[in-house]
Design a protein around this ligand. Structure first.
Ligand code: UD1
Length: 375
């Protein structure tokens, strides 16, 4: 049986790999191995996701941990090269745009192992974002480019990628969301937090451009504090953000805002139970822009740009930047009943992973379907 090697590294990877893993397992045509690089680690940033998503724990752990970009990427490359030489996969499948993604892609490509990139073609146009560099590099060397939305195809064609390598499969993150939603809604998360369905907001912040600069972070926290005086805001805090709040001495802004409910990072199901019943989402996360669009919940993106324009053109997302006055004004507009209505983009239908599983099986000769008609 031909073998697919999947890589997970950071939090947003788990919910992308899980449905692909399940769809391939259901078909029984390929064997699979899952490698965790350890870019994210610990119970709340990693372990809980495997049980929440209903997939086995990874087969191999590389334990690279946190480090500078160069060091983290290099550590993954060194360890992953050994894994690929031992495991001899017939296809390496990477997802998203984190450092583990680009490191694994470089290793697979140099060992001449076919490389598939799930979530290909997304572009923010902002090369100051580390993820944008990762996306550009991975898409340049991947053999199969699986896009979540048609803008991905347009970007890749513009960059000269051969059209036969590009397959519009839809959004795997939404597969996970639809599979998990009922279980998430059964959790007592809202009661535990003392909040009521439709009467609270959710916020996440972790981008270096937002949290590493004390002025930007202070401004955003001030705006959130103001919004939380009208609507309680649940704010699960990423470790990077927690560290910066302490280092920048911003705790007093939070102490002054009892409606801003800071919590530790949450597991997948708990977080989904929160987001799916919220009135408003404010975030700098890419995945959450997509999830709010699929849930039809108004989202304010606290960045100057997005690599996911479909969430703005079709969905419920608005790019508001980081100016506290604008953030506050846009949030108040929503609370005044002027929310943006969106619709769900094409192929965000819960079947993206099935399309990917068929493509992989066909590519590896385990199934005979025309590659172009499989997606
Ligand atoms: C990474 C990804 C980003 C993704 C985000 C999701 C890259 C370049 N960035 O950013 O695209 O949106 O994950 O969360 O790959 N830390 C912990 N525990 C952990 C992980 C990190 O305490 O499990 C702390 C460490 O102090 C670390 C810092 O958080 O230095 C940042 O972690 P890192 O993995 O470098 O990047 P993220 O900001 O999480």
């Amino acid at each position: 049986m031909k073998k697919v090697l999947h890589v997970v590294g950071a939090r947003p990877n788990y919910m992308k790999v899980a449905p692909i893993y399940k769809a391939i397992a259901q078909r029984g045509l390929l064997s699979q191995v899952v490698v965790h690089t350890g870019q994210h680690y610990g119970a709340q940033m990693s372990d809980v996701f495997f049980s929440d998503l209903g997939i086995p724990s990874p087969d191999l752990h590389l334990n690279v941990g946190s480090a500078s970009h160069a060091e983290q990427t290099a550590r993954v490359m060194i360890a992953m090269e050994k894994v690929c030489l031992e495991q001899k996969p017939d296809l390496v499948s990477v997802v998203g745009d984190v450092n583990s993604t680009v490191a694994t892609a470089l290793v697979a490509s140099k060992l001449n192992i076919p490389l598939a990139h799930v979530e290909a073609g997304l572009r923010s146009g902002d090369r100051r974002m580390p993820e944008e560099i990762n996306r550009l590099v991975v898409d340049r060397i991947a053999d199969l480019l699986l896009t979540p939305s048609p803008d991905g195809d347009v970007n890749l064609l513009r960059e000269g990628v051969d059209k036969d390598r590009i397959h519009f499969v839809g959004n795997v993150m939404i597969d996970s969301m639809l599979q998990a939603r009922d279980a998430a809604l059964r959790l007592p998360t809202l009661q535990q937090l003392g909040i009521v369905k439709g009467e609270y907001g959710v916020c996440t912040l972790h981008r270096p451009s937002n949290v590493d600069d004390p002025k930007v972070l202070g401004g955003l926290l001030g705006a959130l504090a103001d919004v939380s005086r009208r609507l309680p805001i649940v704010f699960p805090v990423h470790p990077r953000t927690r560290k910066m709040i302490e280092e920048c001495g911003l705790q007093p802004v939070l102490d002054d805002a009892p409606g801003l409910l800071l919590r530790e990072p949450l597991g997948y199901l708990e977080f989904l139970s929160l987001t799916s019943q919220a009135r408003l989402i404010m975030t700098d996360s890419g995945g959450l822009q997509e999830e709010s669009t699929a849930l039809g919940i108004p989202c304010l993106t606290l960045r100057e740009n997005t690599e996911r324009p479909i969430t703005v053109e079709v969905g419920s997302n608005i790019i508001v930047g980081t100016d506290p006055t604008r953030v506050r004004a846009e949030a108040f507009r929503i609370l005044d009943g002027k929310s943006k209505q969106g619709r769900i983009p094409d192929k965000w239908d819960g079947k993206a992973a099935e399309r990917i599983a068929d493509l992989y099986a066909t590519y590896l000769g385990a199934m005979s379907v025309d590659l172009r008609s499989a997606a």
